[in-house]
Design a protein around this ligand. Structure first.
Ligand code: ATP
Length: 526
């Protein structure tokens, strides 16, 4: 599997998917650039996510926020205090390492040994904050320190009210965002898997607290068993929504060519959960270097909006007409029961956040009162995925070698990226059979121009046709179109104005009329 990884890395370099950042200066650890094909691949990925998560849904809208935000955001989110990895310094070899990875990190002084086995003198582990710092404005002082965002999610919370008030959405609904995130990882590794600059695709899906659902519908629908719970229903509690999003995300991966069998669901154990999380599922992919997280789907209760309410002083509550109307019809004992549960939930949160007991109790009482008037802070389900990790997973899964006949008809090893057509950087390559026959070249260019407004087309007239096929196989192009003498009508009228379309995976060739070519391709690329 290390060999496989080496082949993939070499292919990505050779064919222009991924380059080390700043390579002419020796590179910079943890930073990667996407070349021409990598850029297309990533665009396709983000496009698919955006289509499926927002455009094709009525209940999700988009956001595009800044990377640098008010530093208080990161105090409210907890990143300033706790977003850190434990780190040790080795005084002997002058290295700095993740304390939890000493047994897997080679010693820089004696690479045959792991840091854990070398005799170098080491410090006690201490926390290392992963946020990149910068200065905003011309004065380099402590109060002008800001951070490059370590996740895109917080902007969604900070803009929650603006979006709610301008988008005509009502709870339940979601806000989606794609963008760069930065983490000063102590040990970036596994190629692009753990980088210091990367892109995330995050959805915050806001839902009613279960107490509100129960007040309106009498009871809360909970999962009956594993699997997709179907179309969203108004009486769903947070567990239904969580399971729904786990399944939706797995369906997304399937739709871009990662079968369920390549994925694993890891349900975090209660002791692994963050204090505010009610559940968290990691969707993992079986990378050649191990089974590792692609995406996390967390049920985060009302923690995030509550924190921003406390830190900004702005109310993050929503008014829910249906709750207000339903509340009046409830038995007083039911009202009391729901308010008591909501009170205990709010008190638990405020206490964990270090509010003094009397203040916490008064504040939680008030929250429970407000529930009865139709107000609450929405809870949230967060599917959070990494673009770069997904691109790497797709490349790893797509990489294949098989046998194909060479020019002389002898079997030869062929490298082929079996990328899903939706994701493939080049959708179709167009070749004139020979480059020194103007009629062939002209026809091929016409076909290129016909297809170009609709998809990424690559025109190639260099070298033997078999070699041109191979070049496209290696970058995952699903179809190659060849213009030959039949196309020109030189072999009889019945094949005039038809082309050969060759399929990457089956290597089968089909004759398709030029007039129907665009539709033929589009139906297979969707
Ligand atoms: P890990 O445990 O691997 O550090 P995480 O649990 O901290 O990841 P989250 O904070 O949940 O990750 O981030 C959500 C997603 O963002 C991850 O599932 C991953 O796809 C992506 N991501 C996080 N850190 C990195 C990184 N350093 N490089 C590339 N992608 C990342």
């Amino acid at each position: 599997s290390q060999q496989l990884m080496e082949k993939i890395v070499a292919l990505c370099k050779r064919r222009g998917f991924i380059f080390p950042s700043s390579e002419i200066y020796g590179g910079i650890n943890g930073f990667w650039d996407y070349g021409p094909l990598g850029a297309e691949l990533k665009r396709n990925l983000k496009e698919q996510w955006w289509l499926q998560m927002t455009r094709f849904r009525d209940d999700v809208v988009g956001l595009d926020a800044t990377i640098i935000m008010h530093p208080r955001i990161w105090e409210a989110s907890g990143h300033v205090a706790t977003f850190s990895d434990p780190m040790v310094d080795c005084k002997t070899c002058k290295g700095r390492f993740r304390a939890d990875q000493l047994h897997e990190t080679p010693c820089p002084r004696k690479p045959s040994k792991m840091v854990s086995e070398c005799e170098g003198e080491k410090t006690e582990p201490r926390p290392f904050n992963l946020m990149f710092k910068t200065i905003v404005g011309p004065i380099e002082s402590e109060e002008n320190v800001a951070y490059l965002r370590p996740e895109t999610a917080q902007a969604i919370f900070a803009q929650f009210k603006n979006v709610l008030e301008t988008s005509r959405q009502k709870i339940p609904f979601g806000i989606a965002q794609i963008g760069k995130a930065f983490r000063n990882e102590v040990t970036p590794r596994n190629y692009t898997f753990r980088s210091r600059e990367f892109e995330q695709m995050e959805l915050e899906f806001f839902i009613r607290p279960d107490e509100a659902v129960e007040a309106i519908y009498g009871e809360v629908a909970r999962p009956a068993g594993p699997g997709h719970p179907g179309e969203p229903q108004p009486n769903w509690g947070w567990q239904m929504w969580h399971q729904y999003w786990v399944e939706e995300r797995i369906r997304f991966y399937e739709s871009i060519g990662l079968p369920r069998t390549t994925l694993e669901e890891y349900w975090q154990k209660p002791e692994e959960l963050a204090h505010y999380a009610r559940a968290c599922v990691d969707i993992q992919f079986k990378f050649p270097f191990g089974t590792q997280e692609l995406e996390g789907i967390a049920a985060r209760s009302d923690f995030d909006l509550s924190q921003h309410q406390r830190y900004s002083g702005r109310p993050m509550t929503v008014f829910d007409e249906e709750l207000r109307a339903a509340w009046g019809r409830l038995e007083p004992s039911k009202q009391q029961d729901l308010q008591e549960r909501y009170y205990r939930h709010r008190l638990g949160y405020l206490t964990r956040m270090g509010e003094p007991a009397d203040k916490a109790e008064a504040s939680a009482r008030q929250d429970a009162e407000m529930l009865g008037k139709g107000y609450y802070i929405p809870h949230v389900i967060e599917p959070s995925a990494g673009v770069d990790r997904l691109a790497l997973a797709l490349l790893c899964h797509a990489y294949d070698e098989d046998q194909a006949p060479n020019e002389k008809g002898e079997p030869e090893t062929r490298v082929v990226l079996r990328l899903h057509p939706r994701i493939a950087p080049i959708k179709v390559a167009v070749f004139p059979l020979l480059k020194n026959r103007p009629a062939l070249v002209e026809k091929a260019r016409q076909i290129r121009d016909l297809l170009r407004p609709h998809m990424n087309v690559f025109y190639d007239d260099a070298g033997a046709i078999g070699r041109r096929y191979r070049r496209q196989d290696e970058v995952g192009t699903p179809f190659c179109v060849t213009v030959d003498f039949e196309t020109l009508g030189e072999k009889g009228p019945e094949l005039k104005d038809t082309v050969t379309v060759r399929d990457r995976d089956t290597m089968q060739q089909t004759r398709v009329p030029i007039s129907g070519l665009l539709e033929w391709l589009q139906s297979r690329l969707r």
